[in-house]
Design a protein around this ligand. Structure first.
Ligand code: ZN
Length: 142
């Protein structure tokens, strides 16, 4: 399997779309995520209102897969509770690890399902999971 096979339209679209890539004033929480094997580096910002993720954004640099994955994740977690976001992280990481996941759980991942085939490209797995691990770290004490 070649890298170009997973560069579906939806991944390219997200990697070019900058709507989620912007600084945030006074984020409740920020976390730096780094993938040295590719050079991806993102800072994830979230704004909490109680246990609801009211807003999220990221800044940083990286390959198309890491940028698209981060943008897709931000689309998904906005408006969700912390517990719902943690559940999405577990589902996404399970999908990338190749675990068997219920169709209806996969549906919750929306556009991020486009990254499923990254599990067949071991060198790119760290790019795909970077944002999700960063979010997991960010919410670990919440
Ligand atoms: Zn990368």
């Amino acid at each position: 399997m070649d890298l170009k096979d997973i560069y579906t339209e939806v991944i390219m679209e997200h990697s070019k779309n900058k709507k989620n890539k912007k600084p945030m004033e006074n984020p409740t929480l920020s976390e730096l995520g780094h993938n040295p094997s590719c050079g991806d580096e993102i800072t994830l910002n979230i704004k909490l209102n109680g246990d609801i993720i009211e807003d999220a954004s990221f800044e940083g640099i990286g390959c198309a897969i890491s940028q698209a994955s981060t943008s897709m994740m931000i689309d998904l977690i906005k408006g969700k509770t912390i517990d719902e976001a943690k559940d999405l992280v577990a589902t996404f990481l399970g999908m990338i690890k190749g675990d068997t996941i219920d169709e209806k759980d996969l549906d919750k991942l929306d556009d991020a399902i486009a990254l499923q085939n990254v599990s067949k490209l071991p060198a790119r797995v760290k790019c795909a999971v970077l944002a999700w691990h960063t979010l997991d770290e960010l919410l670990k004490d919440k």
